[in-house]
Each structure stands twice: as C-alpha cells, then as structure tokens.
Design a protein around this ligand. Structure first.
Ligand code: ACK
Length: 576
C-alpha cells in the first residue's frame, strides 16, 4: 500500500490534472421539475411533464419510475419518447409515487422529485371529474354486462391479459430488458456480465459525470483498483456536496477497467437508503472514477473498534436493522452479495449503515488455492456459509449466514470472528457443528437470531424480511433486549468439554495478565484462588465483578482473552 503522503500528492496531482483537463464535455440533462396529472381512473394515472429546464442536448427518451406509496422496493419503469404516459394496471384508491428523468447522449439526468397521485376509488368508474357521474351510471351498467362476458372468456380458459396495444407505441414498458424478462412491478438485478459490451451496462446504469465537477480533497484508503479519495461534487443546478471517489490506477488493463466499472454497473441498479448510492462515473477522461455518496464514519468494522463499548444496544440494533433492510432489498432484486462483512458496510454521521462493495471478481475459481486468496487477500471463509465454501452454493441464504457473522461483529464491537483460528480450523469446527459463542453482554434474542442464521440447513435460516421484522419488534419493545445471554452459560457453552488451560501459551496467571496488559489484577486473582491457568479457565463475568474488575473494558479484555485461548485449545464454540 502506498504511503499516505505520496498518495495524497498523487491525489492532488490528479486534481490539478482534472481541473486543467476541463473540456466542454456533455452534461446530463437537469431534472424534470414540473409534472401534471392528467386523466385518472381506478386503475390508471396519466401524466404529462415539461422538458427539463436545461436539457443540455437532444432528449432521447424519458424514464418514468413509479411504485405504490411505501412499496418502493417493487417498482416499475416505463420508457417514453413523449412527455406523457399512462401508468395502468394500478390498484384502485391507492397512492402512487412517480419520478421522471431524461436521457440525452450524455446519459441520464437526475430523477425529478417525487410526485404522488392517487387512483380513483373502486366506486368511481372512469374519471374523477364529477360532471361525468351520469355517464358513470350508464358505464357501470354496461360494465356489468361486459364483466359477465369477460368472466365467460376467462372461464373458457382464455387469458385476458394486459393490452399492450392500448399503450402509446412510443412507450415501452420494461417487461424485457437486455434479454432479461422483467415482471412489471418487480425490479430484478441484471448481471453486467450478460452485456456483450460492458460499456453499455455502465452507461445504462450509471450517470456520466464531467471530471470538472469533481474536486478531490484527500486520500482515505486504498481500493483494489486504486486510491479511494474523499472530495466534493458540484452538479449543475445543485449544491456542492461531499462524495467518495474511487479511482482506477494508471496502466490498467482492459479487464481491470471492466471489472472496476462493473461495480458501478451493479451499484447503479440499486436505490435504497441502506445501499451505498452511486452518484455516477467518469469514463470519458482519465483517471476513470466511480463517485458515490460520502459516509463520514467509514467502514463499520474500523468504526466499531475505534468506539468500543460506546453505543447503546438500541443503537447497535439500529445499525443491524439497516444492514438487514439493505440486504432484504438486494435479495428481493435477486442479487447475492457473497462478501457481506462489517468491513464492507459503511456508516455515516447519523449511524446509518449501508451495504457496499459490489465487486465482480469474487467468484471462487476452480483452482483450490483460489479459495484462500482473492483481490483483498483471503476469501472470506469466516463469513461464508458452509455450502458456499464446500460447493459454491452462494444464495441469499448464504448471505443470511454472513449476516449472522456481521451481527456477531457488531455486538462485539468489531472483534474478529473466530479470533486467530486458522481458516482450516474454522471450516472444520463449523462443519462439526460448532458455532461462535455469544458476544459479551449480548441480548439473548439477538444471539438466538445469530444461531438461526447459522443453521446448517440453509432453508431453515430466516429470510431477510423476517430478520427485519424481528429487529423492528425488538426495537419497538426495548425491554425484550434486557435479557442477556447468561454470562456463565456463555462460558460453559464455550467449553465443549472441560478444557484446562494448563497447556496454554502462558506459564502463569501473572504472565498471562501481563501479556494482556491487565497485570494490575494478578494479586487479586492469586488471593482468590485463581492461581493456575486451569483455575482461571473457570472464571465467569460475575467472578470478575466480584473480584473488583468493574471496568467494562477490562472485563472484556480478560474474558475475550480467555475465550480466545479456549477456542484455540478445543475449538470451543457452541455446538448446535
Ligand atoms: O474505514 P475507512 O475510512 O472507510 O477506509 C476505507 C477506505 O475508503 C478503503 O475502502 C473508505 N471508503 C470507501 N468508500 C467510502 C465512502 N463512500 N465514504 C467514506 N469512506 C469510504 C473506507
């Protein structure tokens, strides 16, 4: 990894380079600002709108996204070359939210703000216009007769479908998309690999940003393909706001460019408060960049380690709820993450957690060695479900397993799952039915949920929507979080058999306590009969409190060190 100072200098150079390199590139159209409702029936809403104030080119088409209010995860997209559409097949008496964006040769502009309109209730047949009531009466009568005819048709086995001929010929409902069948109202993820030309996928799902709109401020880390920087984005007609910028290092191969931008093609398909939001990409100038929203607190694992013990259980459960909600959205879209871990969750200044890292290059290769090395170093054995390790069965159910590990990471403030056990030992222990013990001071309901996520039979694991509902219930009823995993059962769970620590790396209690910087308690331990490592193995949290170890940080250090030693000695995780 390059040093921060040289990386910082590189970033500054990039910035100067980018500023100098300001050509008058094409800008995407500004958002549609005015949308009017037209005819409304019980099943359809017609809309019209005005061209964006700054089209910045010829508008090729509009994309209209709509969904039933509060049902955002299931939406429909219609494309239209006109400035009017009719959304049909809607539920009567229901509110629908519409957003429109325009596309020019420069790509899509931003979506308009949300416009909400309601279909007519069932009792109103054709229009919301009161003057048409007499017509409605006649229509209802005729309708009843027609209905009987239609039912006759249906009963005779004919399918009476949605009539496409009624649609504006210029208007194309996204039932089919790049060869993928799309059900109306159900958004599915499209694998960018299925595009013959990956550049097409990028431009389909990501907005092109002019390099001159970006100001790079500093390097915040190293990504797989180059530096990650923080900076600011100033889009036309919008206030400047902070962003994260992933850059593609110079001298990249075509494959690296494809893989790098592949992440943007995936991220650009998602729109959810718990999924990192893609602002756009820079592909028309160098360096190639991916611009996303900025998350002030960075990666969740580092953030939790830095703030050990600082949050209430409700705050931690709130973080977990966010992650589960993002994962529910991804699984509804048919996207399997495969690398869900606290290091791949970002957290902002409001403690909102968002799922990130949508790299393409994480498929396990045939080479058995590839199971242990990936772009970031190791394949995430400790986070991965046994069936995904054993026979590459990656599904939303294997993501649920990983989610259980993330729960454990969060509740133990960024502790490394299975501590220093080797990957091979982890695989073996998990196969034999051992599971991680409860983190310290963990509500029993949460630990039970973790164990449910770690069911060997993947069909028995909860689904993400069930996890979200369960966490919501716990948040609504905080007293349900008061029952903690019993400290002594936590320790005895850990000990599959009586596991003396006499054979541990430490020759004496004093040496051990010194090694974990808790030497100040040596005397108290000795005076209270904990004079050998075997005796120490029996210490519980209550014992520590009784001995006067009252600082939570010290209790954690001692208990975690004990756990670690026992796990190393006996793979002492909880047998299911
Ligand atoms: O823990 P961090 O500060 O958070 O260090 C890593 C680093 O970049 C390499 O991935 C940080 N990072 C990545 N994406 C973002 C983002 N969208 N907002 C803020 N920090 C980010 C991450």
């Amino acid at each position: 990894m390059m040093s921060l100072t040289s990386a910082g200098a590189d970033c500054l150079t990039n910035h100067v380079f980018l500023s100098v390199l300001f050509f008058f590139c094409l800008a995407a159209p500004s958002p549609v600002s005015s949308v009017k409702k037209g005819k409304i029936t019980k099943n359809s809403i017609s809309l019209s709108w005005q061209e964006p104030d700054r089209p910045n080119g010829i508008i090729l088409e509009y994309e209209i996204k709509y969904f039933e209010k509060d049902q955002e995860t299931s939406y429909t997209i219609i494309k239209s070359k006109e400035t009017t559409i009719t959304a049909d097949g809607l539920k009567p008496g229901s509110a629908y939210v519409f957003q429109i964006r325009a596309r020019t040769a420069a790509g899509y502009g931003g979506f308009s703000r949300r416009f909400e309109f309601e279909t007519s209730p069932v009792s109103v047949a054709a229009s919301s216009d009161q003057s048409q009531i007499p017509i409605i009466v006649v229509s209802v009568t005729v309708g009843v007769i027609l209905l009987a005819v239609v039912i006759g048709f249906l009963l005779s086995g004919r399918r009476c479908g949605y009539s496409k001929a009624k649609q504006d010929p210029e208007e194309e409902k996204m039932h089919f998309h790049n060869g993928h069948i799309k059900l109306p109202g159900v958004r599915t993820y499209i694998d960018p690999h299925t595009y013959e030309d990956p550049n097409q996928a990028v431009h389909e799902f990501a907005k092109e940003i002019e390099a001159s709109c970006i100001t790079i401020e500093r390097v915040i880390g190293a990504g797989e393909f180059g530096e990650v920087c923080s900076g600011r984005l100033k889009l036309q007609g919008k206030r400047e706001f902070p962003v994260a910028i992933k850059t593609l290092k110079v001298g990249y191969t075509e494959k690296q460019r494809r893989d790098f931008l592949g992440e943007a093609s995936i991220m650009g398909q998602f729109d959810h408060p718990n999924i990192i939001h893609l602002e756009g990409v820079v592909t028309k100038s160098k360096p190639v960049m991916i611009v996303t929203e900025y998350m002030e607190n960075g990666s969740l694992d580092t953030f939790l380690k830095k703030n050990d013990g600082q949050f209430t259980v409700i705050q931690l459960v709130g973080m977990l709820r966010g992650i589960a909600s993002g994962m529910k959205y991804l699984s509804d879209m048919g996207y399997v993450h495969r690398d869900l871990a606290a290091r791949n969750i970002l957290i902002n200044s409001n403690l909102v957690c968002k799922v990130s890292d949508f790299g393409l290059s994480r498929v396990l290769e045939d080479d058995p060695e590839a199971a242990y090395t990936t772009r970031g170093g190791k394949i995430p054995i400790r986070w991965t479900a046994p069936e995904a390790i054993a026979f590459r069965k990656f599904t939303s159910a294997s993501d649920v397993w990983s989610y259980g590990i993330v729960m454990w990471e969060v509740m133990s403030y960024g502790e490394r799952p299975y501590w220093e056990m080797t990957n091979q030992d982890v695989i073996k222990a998990v196969e034999e039915g051992y599971r991680l013990p409860s983190p310290m001071d963990c509500p029993a309901a949460l630990y039970q949920l973790m164990l449910d996520c770690w069911q060997k039979d993947r069909n028995s694991r909860p689904k993400f929507d069930e996890i979200v509902s369960m966490l919501d219930k716990l948040i609504r009823n905080p007293s349900s979080l008061k029952t903690l995993v019993n400290a002594s059962s936590r320790v005895s769970n850990l000990l599959v058999e009586h596991s003396p620590l006499g054979s541990s790396a430490y020759r004496s209690v004093g040496e051990w306590l010194e090694a974990i910087k808790m030497g100040r308690y040596t005397e108290i331990f000795m005076e209270n009969g904990y004079s050998s490592m075997d005796a120490v193995a029996q210490v519980t949290l209550e014992d520590l409190r009784r001995l006067g170890v009252t600082l939570v940080g010290h209790q954690k250090k001692i208990m975690n060190s004990l756990q670690e030693m026992k796990v190393q000695l006996v793979n002492g995780m909880v047998p299911l």
